[in-house]
Design a binder for this molecule. Sequence first.
Ligand code: ZN
Ligand code: ZN
Length: 199
Amino acid sequence: MSESKKNEDPKVYEENAVFGEITLKGWGCKTCNTFYGDDKSVAQYCCCTHRKCNECGELTEKTYLICRKCRDKKEAEKLQARLDKAKEISQVGYENMIYSESHNACYHDIDSYLTRCENDDVDPEEFVFATTFKRFHIDLADIKERVGEEHEIEDFSMTFDFPEHLVKAIKQFNRDAMVQKKNLGSFQCDYTRKLKVEV
Ligand SMILES: [Zn+2]
Ligand SMILES: [Zn+2]
């Protein structure tokens, strides 16, 4: 119903404008008695703290479908599958950082990775992943589009020009990023290549 129609035909509060008492059917939590209507699964979930792991049946916190042990096992299998698929490359001539998935960290080289393993008293892995270097790049067209969207101005990117000094500075920055080796960019894990950890 449109707003104007509603206004033409007001429904005024009156004492007896009710059906009478209505009994609701539905599901409630048996611990705290909260009523959840027809949402049975929410009622079941309400006050429980644990549930059975979908994989092994052990108890786990209710926010997880599978327990910590089974999650770790799955992660380890996923990592192993990735490592099996990756191509082994030589350390000779390799200059990028390396990435250890199980540490979730990048290292400058195998030596600093081994030092960390020693300090943390964990066994080094047989392989770690290589990384690729992704250069920073500022896209003027992207920025324009975002400003236009934020201000809800149509055709903003067609009609607005950034000041020349800003355009020049950004172009210079992008050129610098292309020629500078290490500080204008970031290292991204490359799951397709791996390096052997020689202890
Ligand atoms: Zn409850
Ligand atoms: Zn489990």
